[in-house]
Design a protein around this ligand. Sequence first.
Ligand code: FE
Length: 218
Amino acid sequence: MHDVAHSREPHEPHLAHDHQSVPSDLALRVKSLESLLVEKGLVDPAALDVLIDTYEHKIGPRNGAHVVARAWVDQSYKSRLLANGTAAIAELGYGGRGGDYLVVVENTPRVHNVIVCTLCSCYPWAVLGLPPVWYKSAAYRSRAVIDPRGVLREFGLELPEDVEIRVWDSTAELRYLVLPERPANSENLSEEELAALVTRDAMVGVAKVTLAPLGVCT
Ligand code: FE
């Protein structure tokens, strides 16, 4: 009974309303706080990674996966996506904050694209959600440019020597999304089934999309 009465107090709905519209300033403060806590050793970056991973795989990257799967099944959409990423991504209802431009770079058997932000942690939030901790690390930011092949190897991705690696440096104004190669033997999969295969890492360019070992054979 007390709870019911309490929930009707005037400040409760007000708080709930505020929670719905988090100012971008708050997001920035949270990011700064996280960096500081990790720096001072007060939180374990691995624990943060688990949290972010859950958020990323359930929410953020699903938008990007939708975009990728649509491009795989619809050639005309793919052309529009590569010509004007911002507009084609907006067709599916996703968009960046004001002023953001999204550029989509296509992986092929000869060219592999990787995205990084050498300056800080610029990332295509609208399609991938929040960046993982490693994306923001000084090691990734510097080494992705100096030794991309070595970095990809550490992610478990060994590319043949004749595959050209292109590294794209994101900024606050211009953010990149990798369009991974459609996996072999996926001709019979629907757009939804394809989207389920697309991972965040593949859209950053540190992994390829593969058929899941279980569950997609028909
Ligand atoms: Fe940045």
